[in-house]
Design a protein around this ligand. Structure first.
Ligand SMILES: [Zn+2]
Length: 581
Protein backbone atom coordinates (compact mmCIF):
# COMPACT_ATOMS: atom_id res chain seq x y z
CA UNK A 1 0.00 0.00 0.00
CA UNK A 2 2.77 2.38 1.05
CA UNK A 3 4.73 1.56 -2.06
CA UNK A 4 1.64 2.08 -4.17
CA UNK A 5 0.99 5.46 -2.54
CA UNK A 6 4.60 6.50 -3.04
CA UNK A 7 4.46 5.41 -6.65
CA UNK A 8 1.20 7.22 -7.22
CA UNK A 9 2.69 10.32 -5.61
CA UNK A 10 5.82 10.07 -7.69
CA UNK A 11 3.79 9.54 -10.83
CA UNK A 12 1.54 12.41 -9.77
CA UNK A 13 4.53 14.72 -9.24
CA UNK A 14 6.03 13.67 -12.54
CA UNK A 15 2.76 14.35 -14.30
CA UNK A 16 2.39 17.68 -12.52
CA UNK A 17 5.94 18.72 -13.42
CA UNK A 18 5.35 17.64 -16.98
CA UNK A 19 2.11 19.60 -17.10
CA UNK A 20 3.71 22.65 -15.52
CA UNK A 21 6.44 22.56 -18.11
CA UNK A 22 4.10 22.07 -21.04
CA UNK A 23 1.21 24.25 -19.97
CA UNK A 24 1.68 27.98 -20.01
CA UNK A 25 1.00 29.29 -16.53
CA UNK A 26 -2.08 31.46 -16.65
CA UNK A 27 -0.61 33.97 -14.18
CA UNK A 28 -0.01 37.34 -15.68
CA UNK A 29 1.90 39.88 -13.63
CA UNK A 30 0.25 43.28 -13.65
CA UNK A 31 0.34 46.26 -11.35
CA UNK A 32 -3.13 45.31 -10.18
CA UNK A 33 -5.03 48.29 -11.50
CA UNK A 34 -8.08 47.90 -13.72
CA UNK A 35 -7.47 45.86 -16.86
CA UNK A 36 -10.21 47.59 -18.81
CA UNK A 37 -10.67 48.37 -22.49
CA UNK A 38 -9.20 51.61 -23.82
CA UNK A 39 -9.98 53.36 -27.08
CA UNK A 40 -6.63 53.05 -28.85
CA UNK A 41 -3.79 50.56 -28.62
CA UNK A 42 -0.37 51.24 -30.15
CA UNK A 43 2.11 48.36 -30.24
CA UNK A 44 5.68 49.40 -31.08
CA UNK A 45 8.26 46.71 -31.79
CA UNK A 46 11.96 47.39 -32.26
CA UNK A 47 12.82 44.14 -34.00
CA UNK A 48 15.69 42.06 -32.67
CA UNK A 49 16.72 44.40 -29.84
CA UNK A 50 18.77 43.14 -26.92
CA UNK A 51 18.79 45.24 -23.76
CA UNK A 52 22.39 46.60 -24.19
CA UNK A 53 21.13 48.33 -27.35
CA UNK A 54 18.99 50.54 -25.10
CA UNK A 55 22.00 51.20 -22.84
CA UNK A 56 24.28 52.24 -25.70
CA UNK A 57 21.52 54.30 -27.34
CA UNK A 58 20.92 56.16 -24.08
CA UNK A 59 24.63 56.96 -23.68
CA UNK A 60 24.81 58.06 -27.29
CA UNK A 61 21.76 60.29 -26.99
CA UNK A 62 23.25 61.92 -23.88
CA UNK A 63 26.60 62.34 -25.62
CA UNK A 64 25.04 63.97 -28.66
CA UNK A 65 22.64 66.23 -26.78
CA UNK A 66 23.53 67.39 -23.29
CA UNK A 67 19.90 68.32 -22.62
CA UNK A 68 18.61 64.82 -23.45
CA UNK A 69 19.10 62.58 -20.44
CA UNK A 70 16.99 59.57 -21.31
CA UNK A 71 15.26 57.60 -23.98
CA UNK A 72 11.61 58.49 -24.54
CA UNK A 73 10.59 55.05 -23.35
CA UNK A 74 12.69 55.17 -20.15
CA UNK A 75 10.04 56.45 -17.73
CA UNK A 76 7.71 53.62 -18.81
CA UNK A 77 9.98 50.57 -18.66
CA UNK A 78 8.01 48.16 -16.51
CA UNK A 79 9.32 44.65 -17.09
CA UNK A 80 10.43 42.09 -19.62
CA UNK A 81 8.85 39.55 -21.96
CA UNK A 82 10.13 36.01 -22.35
CA UNK A 83 9.85 35.40 -26.07
CA UNK A 84 10.29 32.09 -27.84
CA UNK A 85 9.08 29.85 -30.63
CA UNK A 86 6.72 26.95 -29.91
CA UNK A 87 9.58 24.46 -30.18
CA UNK A 88 12.70 26.52 -29.37
CA UNK A 89 13.69 29.05 -26.71
CA UNK A 90 15.41 31.33 -29.27
CA UNK A 91 12.73 32.91 -31.41
CA UNK A 92 12.46 34.03 -35.02
CA UNK A 93 10.57 37.23 -35.93
CA UNK A 94 7.74 35.36 -37.64
CA UNK A 95 6.64 33.15 -34.70
CA UNK A 96 7.42 35.68 -31.96
CA UNK A 97 5.26 38.57 -33.15
CA UNK A 98 2.74 35.93 -34.25
CA UNK A 99 2.51 35.05 -30.59
CA UNK A 100 1.95 38.68 -29.55
CA UNK A 101 -0.83 38.86 -32.12
CA UNK A 102 -2.51 35.46 -31.59
CA UNK A 103 -1.49 34.20 -28.16
CA UNK A 104 0.22 31.10 -29.57
CA UNK A 105 4.01 30.87 -30.07
CA UNK A 106 4.82 29.29 -33.42
CA UNK A 107 7.67 27.88 -35.49
CA UNK A 108 10.52 29.63 -37.33
CA UNK A 109 9.10 31.13 -40.51
CA UNK A 110 5.43 30.77 -39.47
CA UNK A 111 3.35 33.93 -39.93
CA UNK A 112 0.20 33.88 -37.71
CA UNK A 113 -0.10 30.18 -38.48
CA UNK A 114 -0.64 27.43 -35.93
CA UNK A 115 2.54 25.37 -35.37
CA UNK A 116 2.84 21.67 -35.94
CA UNK A 117 3.62 19.77 -32.76
CA UNK A 118 7.06 18.38 -31.96
CA UNK A 119 6.17 16.60 -28.71
CA UNK A 120 9.78 16.30 -27.54
CA UNK A 121 10.46 20.02 -28.09
CA UNK A 122 7.13 21.79 -27.63
CA UNK A 123 7.29 24.54 -24.99
CA UNK A 124 3.52 24.97 -24.89
CA UNK A 125 0.74 22.43 -25.22
CA UNK A 126 -0.42 22.24 -28.82
CA UNK A 127 -3.44 20.85 -30.59
CA UNK A 128 -1.98 18.76 -33.41
CA UNK A 129 -5.25 18.93 -35.38
CA UNK A 130 -4.74 22.67 -35.89
CA UNK A 131 -1.29 22.46 -37.49
CA UNK A 132 -0.80 24.96 -40.34
CA UNK A 133 -4.19 26.57 -39.75
CA UNK A 134 -4.22 30.40 -39.96
CA UNK A 135 -4.74 32.11 -36.59
CA UNK A 136 -6.82 35.28 -36.48
CA UNK A 137 -4.70 38.20 -35.25
CA UNK A 138 -5.60 40.91 -32.74
CA UNK A 139 -5.36 43.45 -35.57
CA UNK A 140 -7.87 41.48 -37.65
CA UNK A 141 -10.18 40.90 -34.69
CA UNK A 142 -9.94 44.55 -33.59
CA UNK A 143 -11.14 45.62 -37.04
CA UNK A 144 -13.82 42.99 -37.51
CA UNK A 145 -15.22 42.64 -34.02
CA UNK A 146 -14.65 46.04 -32.39
CA UNK A 147 -14.83 48.10 -35.62
CA UNK A 148 -11.57 49.84 -34.77
CA UNK A 149 -9.44 51.30 -37.52
CA UNK A 150 -6.14 49.48 -37.97
CA UNK A 151 -2.72 50.48 -39.24
CA UNK A 152 0.82 49.29 -39.84
CA UNK A 153 4.02 51.33 -39.99
CA UNK A 154 7.44 49.82 -40.64
CA UNK A 155 10.87 50.57 -42.11
CA UNK A 156 11.21 47.16 -43.80
CA UNK A 157 9.05 46.14 -46.76
CA UNK A 158 5.42 46.07 -45.59
CA UNK A 159 5.14 42.29 -46.00
CA UNK A 160 8.21 41.50 -43.86
CA UNK A 161 7.66 39.10 -40.94
CA UNK A 162 6.51 41.48 -38.19
CA UNK A 163 3.87 43.50 -40.09
CA UNK A 164 2.79 40.35 -41.93
CA UNK A 165 2.30 38.66 -38.53
CA UNK A 166 -0.41 41.23 -37.80
CA UNK A 167 -2.29 40.95 -41.04
CA UNK A 168 -1.52 37.82 -43.09
CA UNK A 169 -0.94 34.08 -42.74
CA UNK A 170 1.62 31.65 -44.11
CA UNK A 171 3.92 28.95 -42.81
CA UNK A 172 6.68 30.49 -44.94
CA UNK A 173 7.59 34.11 -44.25
CA UNK A 174 9.44 34.33 -47.56
CA UNK A 175 6.32 33.68 -49.67
CA UNK A 176 5.56 37.32 -50.49
CA UNK A 177 3.37 36.01 -53.32
CA UNK A 178 1.08 34.64 -50.58
CA UNK A 179 1.49 37.47 -48.06
CA UNK A 180 1.16 40.59 -50.24
CA UNK A 181 -2.30 39.81 -51.72
CA UNK A 182 -3.66 39.02 -48.26
CA UNK A 183 -2.47 42.36 -46.92
CA UNK A 184 -3.95 44.13 -49.93
CA UNK A 185 -7.32 42.38 -49.38
CA UNK A 186 -7.50 42.68 -45.59
CA UNK A 187 -8.84 46.26 -45.35
CA UNK A 188 -5.95 47.69 -43.32
CA UNK A 189 -6.79 51.39 -43.05
CA UNK A 190 -3.23 52.71 -43.07
CA UNK A 191 -0.03 51.09 -44.34
CA UNK A 192 3.09 53.30 -44.30
CA UNK A 193 6.58 51.91 -44.79
CA UNK A 194 8.89 50.20 -47.25
CA UNK A 195 8.18 48.15 -50.37
CA UNK A 196 7.06 50.44 -53.22
CA UNK A 197 8.23 47.81 -55.70
CA UNK A 198 6.11 45.01 -54.26
CA UNK A 199 2.60 45.97 -55.38
CA UNK A 200 1.41 44.94 -58.85
CA UNK A 201 -0.60 47.29 -61.08
CA UNK A 202 -3.70 45.19 -60.37
CA UNK A 203 -3.16 45.42 -56.61
CA UNK A 204 -2.81 49.22 -56.80
CA UNK A 205 -6.03 49.38 -58.85
CA UNK A 206 -7.81 47.17 -56.34
CA UNK A 207 -6.76 49.42 -53.44
CA UNK A 208 -7.85 52.53 -55.33
CA UNK A 209 -11.25 50.95 -56.11
CA UNK A 210 -11.57 50.24 -52.39
CA UNK A 211 -11.16 53.95 -51.68
CA UNK A 212 -7.48 54.07 -50.72
CA UNK A 213 -4.99 56.65 -51.84
CA UNK A 214 -1.78 54.89 -52.91
CA UNK A 215 1.60 56.65 -52.99
CA UNK A 216 4.79 54.97 -54.09
CA UNK A 217 7.99 56.97 -53.60
CA UNK A 218 5.99 60.22 -53.61
CA UNK A 219 6.84 61.76 -50.25
CA UNK A 220 5.72 65.31 -51.05
CA UNK A 221 2.37 64.17 -52.47
CA UNK A 222 1.81 61.81 -49.53
CA UNK A 223 2.44 64.67 -47.09
CA UNK A 224 -0.44 66.61 -48.73
CA UNK A 225 -2.82 63.63 -48.65
CA UNK A 226 -5.93 64.16 -46.55
CA UNK A 227 -7.57 60.76 -46.98
CA UNK A 228 -8.01 58.50 -43.97
CA UNK A 229 -7.31 55.23 -45.82
CA UNK A 230 -3.94 55.12 -47.48
CA UNK A 231 -0.94 53.05 -48.55
CA UNK A 232 2.32 55.03 -48.64
CA UNK A 233 5.41 53.07 -49.62
CA UNK A 234 9.03 54.15 -50.02
CA UNK A 235 11.98 52.28 -51.49
CA UNK A 236 11.59 49.23 -53.72
CA UNK A 237 12.02 46.99 -50.69
CA UNK A 238 12.98 48.54 -47.35
CA UNK A 239 13.56 52.16 -46.40
CA UNK A 240 17.33 52.90 -46.10
CA UNK A 241 18.88 52.97 -42.64
CA UNK A 242 18.09 56.23 -40.88
CA UNK A 243 21.76 57.28 -41.15
CA UNK A 244 21.80 56.84 -44.93
CA UNK A 245 18.26 58.10 -45.52
CA UNK A 246 17.83 61.07 -47.90
CA UNK A 247 15.11 63.04 -46.08
CA UNK A 248 13.90 64.48 -49.42
CA UNK A 249 12.75 61.01 -50.50
CA UNK A 250 12.31 58.91 -47.37
CA UNK A 251 10.36 59.84 -44.23
CA UNK A 252 11.67 59.05 -40.75
CA UNK A 253 9.92 56.41 -38.66
CA UNK A 254 8.78 59.25 -36.37
CA UNK A 255 7.14 61.06 -39.30
CA UNK A 256 5.45 57.87 -40.55
CA UNK A 257 4.16 57.19 -37.04
CA UNK A 258 2.77 60.71 -36.72
CA UNK A 259 1.08 60.45 -40.11
CA UNK A 260 -0.51 57.10 -39.24
CA UNK A 261 -1.76 58.49 -35.91
CA UNK A 262 -3.29 61.52 -37.68
CA UNK A 263 -5.12 59.28 -40.14
CA UNK A 264 -6.28 56.64 -37.69
CA UNK A 265 -7.60 59.18 -35.20
CA UNK A 266 -9.66 61.08 -37.79
CA UNK A 267 -12.42 60.39 -40.28
CA UNK A 268 -14.98 57.65 -40.59
CA UNK A 269 -15.01 55.05 -37.76
CA UNK A 270 -12.38 56.96 -35.75
CA UNK A 271 -14.89 57.18 -32.86
CA UNK A 272 -14.32 53.41 -32.41
CA UNK A 273 -10.61 53.86 -31.78
CA UNK A 274 -7.72 52.14 -33.51
CA UNK A 275 -5.00 49.51 -33.27
CA UNK A 276 -1.61 50.49 -34.71
CA UNK A 277 1.56 48.43 -34.94
CA UNK A 278 4.81 50.34 -35.56
CA UNK A 279 7.99 48.41 -36.26
CA UNK A 280 11.56 49.71 -36.10
CA UNK A 281 12.39 46.85 -38.46
CA UNK A 282 16.03 47.47 -39.18
CA UNK A 283 17.39 47.53 -35.64
CA UNK A 284 17.35 43.77 -36.22
CA UNK A 285 19.04 44.00 -39.61
CA UNK A 286 21.89 46.13 -38.22
CA UNK A 287 22.31 43.60 -35.41
CA UNK A 288 22.45 40.73 -37.95
CA UNK A 289 25.13 42.65 -39.82
CA UNK A 290 27.01 43.39 -36.54
CA UNK A 291 27.01 47.07 -37.49
CA UNK A 292 27.16 48.96 -34.17
CA UNK A 293 26.76 52.33 -35.87
CA UNK A 294 23.50 51.54 -37.67
CA UNK A 295 22.25 49.51 -34.70
CA UNK A 296 22.33 52.39 -32.24
CA UNK A 297 21.22 55.07 -34.69
CA UNK A 298 18.30 52.91 -35.82
CA UNK A 299 17.18 52.33 -32.25
CA UNK A 300 17.37 56.05 -31.47
CA UNK A 301 15.22 56.73 -34.56
CA UNK A 302 12.75 54.13 -33.24
CA UNK A 303 12.75 55.81 -29.83
CA UNK A 304 11.97 59.14 -31.52
CA UNK A 305 8.89 57.48 -33.01
CA UNK A 306 8.03 56.18 -29.52
CA UNK A 307 8.19 59.82 -28.36
CA UNK A 308 5.55 60.77 -30.97
CA UNK A 309 3.27 57.93 -29.88
CA UNK A 310 3.64 58.90 -26.21
CA UNK A 311 2.80 62.54 -27.06
CA UNK A 312 -0.35 61.31 -28.81
CA UNK A 313 -1.32 59.07 -25.88
CA UNK A 314 -0.86 61.89 -23.38
CA UNK A 315 -3.01 64.27 -25.47
CA UNK A 316 -5.66 61.63 -26.10
CA UNK A 317 -5.95 60.27 -22.56
CA UNK A 318 -7.50 56.95 -23.63
CA UNK A 319 -4.60 55.27 -25.42
CA UNK A 320 -2.15 52.58 -24.33
CA UNK A 321 1.32 52.45 -25.93
CA UNK A 322 3.25 49.19 -25.59
CA UNK A 323 6.93 49.24 -26.57
CA UNK A 324 8.94 46.05 -26.78
CA UNK A 325 11.04 43.79 -29.01
CA UNK A 326 10.38 40.32 -30.39
CA UNK A 327 13.71 38.60 -29.52
CA UNK A 328 17.33 39.42 -28.80
CA UNK A 329 19.93 39.60 -31.55
CA UNK A 330 23.72 39.40 -31.98
CA UNK A 331 24.88 39.35 -28.34
CA UNK A 332 25.74 43.04 -28.57
CA UNK A 333 27.74 44.39 -25.61
CA UNK A 334 29.29 47.68 -24.52
CA UNK A 335 32.84 46.56 -23.81
CA UNK A 336 34.73 43.61 -25.23
CA UNK A 337 37.89 41.63 -24.77
CA UNK A 338 40.69 42.51 -27.13
CA UNK A 339 39.91 46.21 -27.39
CA UNK A 340 43.31 47.90 -27.58
CA UNK A 341 42.77 50.01 -24.47
CA UNK A 342 41.62 48.76 -21.07
CA UNK A 343 38.05 49.36 -22.09
CA UNK A 344 36.43 49.45 -18.65
CA UNK A 345 38.42 52.59 -17.91
CA UNK A 346 37.52 54.31 -21.18
CA UNK A 347 35.92 57.72 -20.75
CA UNK A 348 32.58 58.63 -22.25
CA UNK A 349 34.45 60.66 -24.85
CA UNK A 350 36.61 57.67 -25.74
CA UNK A 351 33.57 55.43 -25.93
CA UNK A 352 31.14 57.61 -27.82
CA UNK A 353 33.13 60.52 -29.27
CA UNK A 354 34.67 58.54 -32.08
CA UNK A 355 31.51 56.50 -32.58
CA UNK A 356 29.28 59.55 -33.05
CA UNK A 357 31.51 60.83 -35.88
CA UNK A 358 30.56 57.89 -38.12
CA UNK A 359 27.78 59.14 -40.37
CA UNK A 360 27.00 56.14 -42.56
CA UNK A 361 25.89 52.60 -41.84
CA UNK A 362 28.27 49.93 -43.14
CA UNK A 363 25.74 49.29 -45.91
CA UNK A 364 25.59 53.02 -46.75
CA UNK A 365 29.38 53.25 -46.76
CA UNK A 366 29.56 50.21 -49.05
CA UNK A 367 27.25 51.95 -51.52
CA UNK A 368 29.48 55.04 -51.44
CA UNK A 369 32.64 52.97 -52.01
CA UNK A 370 31.03 51.26 -54.96
CA UNK A 371 29.99 54.63 -56.44
CA UNK A 372 33.37 56.41 -56.32
CA UNK A 373 36.79 55.45 -57.72
CA UNK A 374 39.38 53.70 -55.55
CA UNK A 375 41.43 56.92 -55.38
CA UNK A 376 38.72 58.43 -53.14
CA UNK A 377 38.57 55.63 -50.57
CA UNK A 378 40.48 57.43 -47.83
CA UNK A 379 38.65 60.72 -48.32
CA UNK A 380 35.28 58.90 -48.17
CA UNK A 381 36.24 57.27 -44.87
CA UNK A 382 37.51 60.61 -43.56
CA UNK A 383 34.37 62.43 -44.61
CA UNK A 384 31.75 59.90 -43.47
CA UNK A 385 33.64 57.92 -40.83
CA UNK A 386 36.09 60.39 -39.32
CA UNK A 387 39.00 57.96 -39.82
CA UNK A 388 41.45 56.63 -42.44
CA UNK A 389 41.99 52.96 -43.23
CA UNK A 390 45.18 51.20 -42.06
CA UNK A 391 47.37 49.29 -44.53
CA UNK A 392 45.90 45.88 -43.66
CA UNK A 393 42.39 47.30 -44.04
CA UNK A 394 43.19 48.70 -47.49
CA UNK A 395 44.49 45.27 -48.49
CA UNK A 396 41.29 43.64 -47.19
CA UNK A 397 39.21 46.18 -49.12
CA UNK A 398 41.11 45.55 -52.35
CA UNK A 399 40.58 41.80 -52.00
CA UNK A 400 36.90 42.04 -51.09
CA UNK A 401 34.75 40.40 -53.78
CA UNK A 402 31.86 42.79 -53.08
CA UNK A 403 34.02 45.85 -53.79
CA UNK A 404 33.49 46.81 -57.43
CA UNK A 405 36.09 49.58 -57.72
CA UNK A 406 39.05 47.56 -56.51
CA UNK A 407 42.34 48.12 -58.40
CA UNK A 408 42.70 44.32 -58.34
CA UNK A 409 41.07 42.09 -60.93
CA UNK A 410 38.71 39.34 -59.71
CA UNK A 411 41.46 36.78 -60.37
CA UNK A 412 43.87 38.71 -58.18
CA UNK A 413 41.48 38.81 -55.20
CA UNK A 414 42.99 36.03 -53.12
CA UNK A 415 41.79 35.74 -49.55
CA UNK A 416 45.13 34.21 -48.50
CA UNK A 417 46.81 37.60 -48.95
CA UNK A 418 44.62 39.20 -46.29
CA UNK A 419 44.69 38.80 -42.54
CA UNK A 420 42.10 36.06 -41.83
CA UNK A 421 40.52 38.11 -39.02
CA UNK A 422 39.84 40.89 -41.48
CA UNK A 423 39.02 39.09 -44.74
CA UNK A 424 35.41 39.30 -45.84
CA UNK A 425 33.97 38.86 -49.32
CA UNK A 426 30.94 40.95 -48.37
CA UNK A 427 31.75 44.67 -48.51
CA UNK A 428 29.23 45.78 -45.92
CA UNK A 429 30.40 43.09 -43.49
CA UNK A 430 34.02 44.15 -44.09
CA UNK A 431 33.17 47.76 -43.23
CA UNK A 432 31.52 46.50 -40.03
CA UNK A 433 34.94 44.99 -39.19
CA UNK A 434 36.55 48.41 -39.69
CA UNK A 435 33.94 50.00 -37.37
CA UNK A 436 34.16 47.28 -34.72
CA UNK A 437 37.95 47.51 -34.60
CA UNK A 438 37.67 51.11 -33.51
CA UNK A 439 34.77 50.76 -31.08
CA UNK A 440 34.78 49.06 -27.68
CA UNK A 441 31.70 46.97 -28.48
CA UNK A 442 31.27 43.25 -28.95
CA UNK A 443 29.04 40.82 -30.82
CA UNK A 444 28.83 37.08 -30.28
CA UNK A 445 26.75 36.03 -33.30
CA UNK A 446 25.14 37.23 -36.52
CA UNK A 447 21.91 35.55 -35.41
CA UNK A 448 19.21 35.85 -32.78
CA UNK A 449 19.72 35.33 -29.05
CA UNK A 450 17.45 33.90 -26.38
CA UNK A 451 17.31 36.43 -23.54
CA UNK A 452 14.03 38.12 -22.59
CA UNK A 453 13.31 41.55 -24.08
CA UNK A 454 12.46 44.93 -22.55
CA UNK A 455 8.87 46.04 -22.08
CA UNK A 456 7.59 49.59 -21.63
CA UNK A 457 3.93 50.53 -21.31
CA UNK A 458 2.28 53.94 -21.23
CA UNK A 459 -1.27 53.68 -19.90
CA UNK A 460 -3.89 56.21 -18.82
CA UNK A 461 -4.41 56.78 -15.10
CA UNK A 462 -5.95 53.72 -13.47
CA UNK A 463 -5.36 51.32 -16.40
CA UNK A 464 -3.27 48.29 -15.57
CA UNK A 465 0.19 47.63 -17.01
CA UNK A 466 2.11 44.38 -17.25
CA UNK A 467 4.99 44.41 -14.79
CA UNK A 468 7.79 42.00 -13.93
CA UNK A 469 8.63 39.08 -16.18
CA UNK A 470 5.74 38.01 -18.42
CA UNK A 471 5.55 35.48 -21.23
CA UNK A 472 5.03 36.41 -24.89
CA UNK A 473 1.47 35.05 -24.97
CA UNK A 474 0.60 37.17 -21.95
CA UNK A 475 1.15 40.29 -24.05
CA UNK A 476 -1.53 38.93 -26.41
CA UNK A 477 -3.88 38.37 -23.51
CA UNK A 478 -3.15 41.89 -22.15
CA UNK A 479 -3.84 43.54 -25.52
CA UNK A 480 -7.00 41.44 -25.91
CA UNK A 481 -8.31 42.92 -22.64
CA UNK A 482 -7.33 46.45 -23.68
CA UNK A 483 -9.20 46.00 -26.96
CA UNK A 484 -12.28 44.66 -25.16
CA UNK A 485 -12.22 41.35 -27.03
CA UNK A 486 -14.07 38.83 -24.86
CA UNK A 487 -14.19 35.44 -26.58
CA UNK A 488 -11.15 33.12 -26.76
CA UNK A 489 -8.92 34.08 -29.72
CA UNK A 490 -9.22 30.55 -31.09
CA UNK A 491 -12.96 31.06 -31.64
CA UNK A 492 -12.15 33.88 -34.10
CA UNK A 493 -9.70 31.64 -35.94
CA UNK A 494 -12.51 29.08 -36.23
CA UNK A 495 -14.89 31.70 -37.56
CA UNK A 496 -12.58 33.45 -40.01
CA UNK A 497 -10.40 30.53 -41.11
CA UNK A 498 -12.62 27.48 -41.47
CA UNK A 499 -11.15 24.72 -43.69
CA UNK A 500 -13.18 24.56 -46.92
CA UNK A 501 -13.51 20.79 -46.57
CA UNK A 502 -15.41 21.22 -43.29
CA UNK A 503 -17.29 24.37 -44.24
CA UNK A 504 -18.60 22.99 -47.53
CA UNK A 505 -19.30 19.43 -46.44
CA UNK A 506 -22.31 18.13 -48.41
CA UNK A 507 -21.99 20.82 -51.12
CA UNK A 508 -20.65 20.55 -54.63
CA UNK A 509 -17.27 22.23 -54.83
CA UNK A 510 -13.88 22.06 -56.48
CA UNK A 511 -10.51 23.45 -55.36
CA UNK A 512 -8.14 23.59 -58.32
CA UNK A 513 -5.62 25.68 -60.23
CA UNK A 514 -6.99 27.91 -62.99
CA UNK A 515 -5.24 28.62 -66.32
CA UNK A 516 -2.98 31.20 -64.62
CA UNK A 517 -1.88 28.73 -61.94
CA UNK A 518 -3.96 30.46 -59.24
CA UNK A 519 -5.80 28.32 -56.69
CA UNK A 520 -9.55 28.85 -57.01
CA UNK A 521 -12.42 27.45 -54.97
CA UNK A 522 -15.56 27.02 -57.03
CA UNK A 523 -18.90 26.09 -55.44
CA UNK A 524 -21.91 24.99 -57.53
CA UNK A 525 -25.36 25.62 -56.13
CA UNK A 526 -28.86 25.07 -57.50
CA UNK A 527 -30.28 26.96 -60.53
CA UNK A 528 -26.90 27.20 -62.25
CA UNK A 529 -25.38 29.43 -59.55
CA UNK A 530 -21.61 29.28 -59.08
CA UNK A 531 -19.42 31.06 -56.53
CA UNK A 532 -15.70 31.46 -57.04
CA UNK A 533 -13.04 32.76 -54.70
CA UNK A 534 -9.32 32.81 -55.29
CA UNK A 535 -6.69 31.94 -52.70
CA UNK A 536 -5.38 35.03 -50.82
CA UNK A 537 -8.26 37.23 -52.04
CA UNK A 538 -11.49 38.24 -50.33
CA UNK A 539 -13.48 38.78 -53.53
CA UNK A 540 -16.20 36.23 -54.32
CA UNK A 541 -17.38 36.22 -57.93
CA UNK A 542 -20.97 35.09 -58.44
CA UNK A 543 -21.97 33.46 -61.72
CA UNK A 544 -25.31 32.33 -63.14
CA UNK A 545 -24.45 29.87 -65.86
CA UNK A 546 -21.37 31.41 -67.48
CA UNK A 547 -22.40 34.99 -66.76
CA UNK A 548 -20.79 37.00 -63.95
CA UNK A 549 -23.75 38.52 -62.14
CA UNK A 550 -22.09 40.03 -59.10
CA UNK A 551 -19.30 40.18 -56.58
CA UNK A 552 -19.24 40.01 -52.80
CA UNK A 553 -16.50 40.48 -50.22
CA UNK A 554 -15.45 38.18 -47.41
CA UNK A 555 -14.29 39.84 -44.18
CA UNK A 556 -10.72 38.55 -44.71
CA UNK A 557 -8.69 37.15 -47.57
CA UNK A 558 -8.82 33.37 -47.89
CA UNK A 559 -5.62 31.45 -47.13
CA UNK A 560 -4.52 28.41 -49.11
CA UNK A 561 -2.14 26.00 -47.39
CA UNK A 562 -0.59 23.37 -49.64
CA UNK A 563 0.55 21.26 -46.65
CA UNK A 564 -3.09 20.53 -45.79
CA UNK A 565 -4.47 21.19 -49.29
CA UNK A 566 -7.09 23.39 -47.66
CA UNK A 567 -8.46 26.80 -48.39
CA UNK A 568 -9.28 28.53 -45.10
CA UNK A 569 -12.07 31.07 -45.31
CA UNK A 570 -14.63 32.95 -43.22
CA UNK A 571 -17.72 30.94 -42.33
CA UNK A 572 -19.85 33.87 -43.53
CA UNK A 573 -19.19 32.43 -47.00
CA UNK A 574 -22.05 30.03 -46.23
CA UNK A 575 -24.44 32.91 -45.56
CA UNK A 576 -23.44 34.33 -48.91
CA UNK A 577 -24.27 31.03 -50.62
CA UNK A 578 -27.64 30.91 -48.87
CA UNK A 579 -28.55 34.59 -49.32
CA UNK A 580 -28.00 34.71 -53.04
CA UNK A 581 -29.80 31.49 -53.91
ZN1 LIG B 1 12.53 39.84 -35.18
Amino acid sequence: MKLKTALTLRLGTALLLCTLFLLPLPAQYTDGKSLRPVKNVILMISDGTSLPVLSASRWMRRYQDSTAQNLHLDPYLCGTLVTYSSNAPIGDSAPTTSCYMTGVPSITGFIATYPYSQPQNDLVRLDATRAYRPMATLLEIARLETKRKVGLVMTSEFCHATPADCSAHSYDRKRYDWLVPQMVHNSIDVVIGGGSGLLTKEQVQFLQQEGYTVFRDQLEEARQDTSSRTWQLYGKRSIPYNLDRDPKHFPSLAEMTERALEKLSAGERSENGFFLMVEGSKVDWAAHNNDPVALIDEFIAFDDAVGKAIDFAKRDGNTVVIVTSDHGNSGFSIGRAGFPKKYDEASREELFGFWSKIKRSAEGMAQLLNSYPYSQVQSLFEQYGGFRLEEDELAALQHCKGYKNSPLSEAEKDSREVSPTLYNSNLSRLICEFYKRRLPVGFTTHGHTGEEVYLAIVAPEGVSRLIGVNQNYQLASYMKSLLGIDAPLESYSNRYFAPHTELLRGRSYKLAKNGKGEIVLSVREKKGMRYEVQAFSNVVSIYKGKKLIGQAKLPLATVYVDKTDCLYLADSFLELLDQTK
